[in-house]
Design a binder for this molecule. Structure first.
Ligand code: ATP
Ligand code: MG
Length: 938
């Protein structure tokens, strides 16, 4: 039996106990995160193996992976190692990929040559998480990843995502990694981030003590080994188990007698000489073994014997024998494929090669793998370690690897491969294609500056029209997503290519034309040209119903922005949607249709549209699009006055998009407004600060944010700041030639009045009112009437408030109605209409309570019970007492969804759902799910 398989681990009782406790906890459904950290050779892998054995005995299902330096660029490489065995074993699959896990299937699809393109927005994390949850239905799971310092970035993100949501799952995560200073910079922060989780249990195996060293030395060299000799071994290695074992092995092999006299000899060897020992030991196995070991050091662990043999220049027989020798010497693991027992040994061999030689060997490995038809990404791992040679075949391989990575959602890896492909100096056509693909990946990972540069360069090259069209298309998307980068260049490129393609490929030309409209619509500096463009597009679209519909949507949206009557515009949108939009316009034109419907207050249709799009985005695993859609739903539910739902939608949206995304200002705006309406001004203030920290104030699409912050400041009594925000919003809107929505005016007018600038207040209020009457959307008109009442005051106030109430009664803006009723009640009680006033106050309180507007409900109640000091208390039970999150969970559960389904829909964990439900049951005074619908009045 080889020495190194270490039957016992010395001085690790405490660590093993902790591991066992962690596993027990996981089996009992308390997810645990165990980290083992330490320098090379300290015994991390050995401990992890012990943990794995214990898990196996306890009936847990192990998911294992070992990261390696060479495979670090592979997007989701480690995740695939972890999950592929289970996925392959389970032939039916249906259960594993049930529910939100569905989109993860594409991570396990065989690699194939596919153009980089389809669904670049795929985001694996959420679906992978649910895949793991589904696996736990079979047995408690151990997720074991060794050598995390080399985990690819995407997999590390997933591990972090899982760690964050592990609570309540029968999952133990056991991760090992070198101490951060030795780890690659890129992964350092995420590892540190995980280690800093309060729930993480970190183990730091210590060097072995002197007595342990003595025991090990005597085991190897014989019981008669002298104490001094053994101690010298300990000192020389600092108690590092690997170094100690290697040192002993080397001394043994050299025939050193373990006497006291030999202690000096040991000291002379010095510490950290493992590599020297190993190389020496290897040399004793003969040249074939050395060559094979070198070949595997270059190829990476898990190499096929024939291939490694060929690279080492050995015949198959010789290679086979050499491999056996290496396994016997405990340098290679005993397995079907070749690989090192210790990564440190691989590193020693690898570093022993001269840099030029390493590159040559990687180039040869790439050649050999490509000749065998190995997956492009595997070939690519080697290409990345060679210098460019201008080989055009490499360009093809790298692009194909990029397409595979992108298909799995590894956009960063894809971008890296494409950058490397460019370094191989492809010719103009291929260069343009590669640049366009790269730009597209960079847009997806929000590296806008790089994307801009690459896409613009692609446009200057002498390449096919279709290729430049792709570049122009993505430059347009880049402009939109980034909030205006290169907007003019994008518009110019789209216009000129749409023109060039008009006769050759009218459909494509229209696609570009529709993108052009989106870019032009979005940015103030371009909007001057919109009318002409729209006319041209409409002419060109004749006979293409889908694109005619796109034109309709644009013109309807413009009508609304100009403040024209909503009814006509809404008819246009409805017709357009009934016709159906072309595939390419599904995102931009559809979003514009949604915005128009929102402004025209056609909420029912808008929600239908959002829901249908959400189903699609979920199936595709497109996280960002889901975030955008949740933002729309957040804004709609807010307008309808359901603060609970609005907050939950905004929270969900914020979980799904990156901070720099254009939809973030809207999400934050909704969240702020909800808190303002609730009277939770501190919470609102914190949100505003978060928004500012995201850099929202410097972005293109910030009107919603400015309005929300303005309202917050006014509510805080910081009137001047509030008015400044609202006026700033107004300036921005006017610069765009936009007179609707003019809610900034509505909110500014009463504050301006309170600041004593009556003339300006009246002017703003009247302008607002006139615009609202023209547009005729009842929610906005009602609000405008109410704020005008407050701003203009005295003799007109009562009439305006009465009108506001009657208009709002015809709308779905319940919270706005509550405001109007509350203001009316206050006005009436001043004017002596006590009875009518009490009636209005009662309705206001009830409505406000239903909406979740606690503060307003309380003050309306106070109004009712008039008399100072007698503040009515809100009830702490019943549906009104539910928090936003509880409400949302209850609603979903009441519709008959299981906890898991609710968790998937809300991007939460099942544990969180359980917690919300149990708290909600207490407040509602119910015991079971069946009572829910009645209890929340759904
Ligand atoms: N507590 C121990 N008692 C005895 N031997 C040990 C102990 N811990 C580790 N070893 C032995 O030391 C060697 C190195 O351990 P291991 O491979 O676990 O180190 P590691 O920390 O994983 O190193 P690396 O960072 O290179 O992966 C192995 O041969 C292992 O069997
Ligand atoms: Mg290890």
């Amino acid at each position: 039996m080889p020495f190194n398989t270490a039957r016992v681990l010395l001085e690790r009782e405490r660590e093993l106990e902790t591991l066992r406790e962690g596993l027990d906890g996981a089996r009992a459904g308390e997810g645990t995160l165990l980290l083992i950290e330490g320098p090379a050779g300290m015994g991390k892998t050995a401990l992890a193996r012990a943990g794995r054995a214990a898990a196996g005995q306890a009936g847990m299902m192990p998911l294992e992976a070992r990261a390696s330096e060479l495979e670090q660029p592979f997007a989701f490489g480690v995740v695939r190692q972890l999950l592929e065995p289970v996925v392959n074993q389970d032939s039916g699959h249906a259960d594993l990929f049930a529910g939100a896990a569905g989109p993860a299937t594409r991570l396990f699809e065989p690699d194939e040559r596919r153009p980089l393109g389809a669904n670049v927005g795929f985001e694996a994390l959420h679906s992978l998480y649910w895949l793991v949850v589904n696996i736990t239905d079979q047995a408690p799971v151990l997720v074991l990843v060794d050598d995390c310092q080399w985990v690819d970035r995407e997999s590390l993100r997933f591990l972090d995502y899982l760690a964050q949501r592990i609570e309540g799952l029968p999952v133990a995560m056991l991760l090992t990694g070198r101490s951060p200073d030795a780890a690659a910079e890129k992964t350092e922060s995420l590892w540190a981030h995980m280690a800093s989780r309060p729930s993480a249990v970190a183990l730091y195996p210590r060097p072995l003590s002197q007595s342990a060293a003595v025991a090990l030395a005597r085991e190897r060299m014989g019981a008669e080994a002298a104490e001094e000799f053994c101690r010298a071994c300990h000192t020389a290695t600092g108690g590092n188990p690997l170094f100690l074992r290697e040192l002993l092995r080397a001394l043994d092999a050299a025939g050193v007698v373990p006497s006291a006299a030999a202690a000096d000899e040991v000291q002379a060897v010095g510490p950290a000489a493992v590599s020297r020992f190993v190389l020496h030991r290897l040399a004793t196995l003969g040249p074939a073994a050395t060559e094979l070991a070198r070949a595997v050091a270059v190829m990476g662990d898990d190499s096929e014997l024939p291939l490694a043999g060929r690279l080492a220049g050995l015949s198959e027989d010789v290679a086979g024998e050499a491999a056996d020798d290496l396994v016997r010497a405990d340098i290679f693991v005993h397995a079907e494929r070749l690989g090192f027992v210790h990564p440190i040994v691989r590193a020693a061999l690898y570093e022993d090669l001269a840099p030029g030689e390493r590159q040559a060997r990687h180039a040869a490995a790439a050649e050999a793998l490509a000749a065998e038809g190995a997956p492009a990404e595997r070939v690519t791992a080697h290409l990345l370690l060679t210098t460019p040679t201008g080989d055009q075949r490499r360009v093809a391989t790298l692009r194909s690897a990029a397409a595979d990575a992108a298909h799995r959602g590894g956009m960063r890896a894809a971008a890296e491969y494409l950058r490397r492909a460019l370094a191989e100096s492809p010719a103009a056509q291929e260069r343009a294609e590669t640049l366009a693909e790269l730009g597209r990946c960079e847009v997806a990972i929000m590296q806008f500056e790089a994307a801009e540069e690459h896409l613009r360069t692609a446009l200057t090259l002498d390449a096919a029209l279709t290729t430049r069209a792709v570049a122009a298309f993505w430059l347009g998307r880049c402009a939109i997503v980034s909030g205006g980068r290169s907007a003019r260049a994008a518009a110019d490129a789209l216009a000129s290519l749409a023109g060039e393609l008009q006769t050759a490929d009218p459909e494509r030309s229209l696609e570009l034309g529709s993108e052009l409209l989106s870019v032009t619509t979005a940015f103030t500096q371009l909007r001057g040209g919109l009318a002409v463009q729209l006319q041209r597009f409409r002419d060109q679209a004749r006979g293409h119903p889908g694109f005619e519909a796109v034109a309709r949507i644009h013109s309807a949206y413009e009508q609304i922005l100009r403040g024209e009557p909503a009814t006509a515009a809404m008819e246009e949108v409805e017709q357009a949607l009934a016709t159906g939009l072309p595939r390419s316009a599904q995102s931009n034109a559809a979003l514009l249709a949604l915005l128009a419907l929102r402004l025209g207050e056609r909420y029912e249709l808008a929600v239908q549209l959002v829901d249908a799009a959400l189903v699609r985005a979920r199936q595709e695993g497109h996280a960002t699009r889901q975030g955008i859609l949740h933002a729309q739903r957040a804004a709609i539910t807010l307008a309808q006055g359901s603060l609970h739902d609005a907050q939950a939608e905004a929270d969900t949206g914020l979980l799904l998009v990156e901070e720099s995304h254009f939809v973030v200002p809207l999400l934050v705006a909704v969240a702020i407004t909800v808190q303002v309406e609730r009277g939770e001004l501190d919470a609102a203030d914190r949100l505003a600060q978060t928004g500012e920290a995201f850099g929202i104030a410097n972005r293109a699409h910030i009107s919603d944010f400015l309005t929300a912050r303005g309202r917050l400041r006014i509510a805080q009594g910081r009137l001047e700041e509030g008015v400044a925000d609202l006026l700033w919003c107004g300036e921005r809107r006017e610069a765009r030639g936009q007179c609707w929505p003019s809610d900034w005016r509505a909110h500014a007018a009463p504050a301006v009045a309170a600041l004593g600038e009556r003339q300006l207040a009246v002017k703003l209020a009247r302008e607002q009112l006139a615009a609202a009457r023209r547009v005729g959307a009842p929610g906005a008109l009602g609000m405008s009437l109410r704020t005008a009442a407050l701003a203009i005051g005295e003799d007109e106030r009562l009439a305006l408030l009465r009108e506001a109430v009657s208009v709002l009664e015809r709308s779905s803006a319940r919270l706005e109605l509550a405001h109007a009723l509350a203001d009316l009640a206050a006005e009436l009680s001043r004017a002596g209409g006590r009875r009518e006033g009490r009636d209005a106050a009662r309705r206001a309180a009830k409505l406000a309570g239903q909406c979740g507007a606690t503060a307003m409900a309380e003050s309306a109640m106070a109004e009712l019970h008039a008399g100072p000091g007698r503040r009515a208390r809100m009830e702490l039970t019943g549906p009104d007492a539910l928090t936003a999150a509880e409400w949302r969970v209850c609603r979903q559960a009441a519709e008959g969804r299981t906890n898991r389904e609710v968790a998937q829909a809300l991007f939460l964990t099942e544990k969180t759902i359980e917690r919300h439900l149990s708290s909600a049951y207490t407040k509602l005074g119910i015991r079971s799910r069946f009572q829910l619908p009645a209890a929340i009045g759904e």
